[in-house]
Write a protein that binds this ligand. Sequence first.
Ligand SMILES: [Zn+2]
Ligand SMILES: [Zn+2]
Length: 111
Amino acid sequence: MPTIVNPIGVELDETARRMRIRWDDGHLGEWSWLSLRRACPCALCAGEGNLPGVVTLDTAFSERETHMNEVRWIGRYALAPIWADGHDTGLFTYSKLRDMCECAEHATPDR
Ligand SMILES: [Zn+2]
Ligand SMILES: [Zn+2]
């Protein structure tokens, strides 16, 4: 069984434009809003089945599209950012967030 970690608290940093989550194993994860919007896993952005998504590595986002208004909790396994342009269908599971963590400890330099 993989260890299940849960968020204790979430913070949206409007100045740095980053989201931070404190996990119950003590880790403080953080992600830039831009990275999260680019990684949006919804069917429209990421594609589904044979259909490609609208978001690629070259997609340029507007300020509103990368501004996170708030976070909606989905059950006990995921959260959905609510973006300033109204987009809110991307569900980030906790394990996906952990995998793409951008804190100093986990960030990869070429990203
Ligand atoms: Zn999306
Ligand atoms: Zn981390």
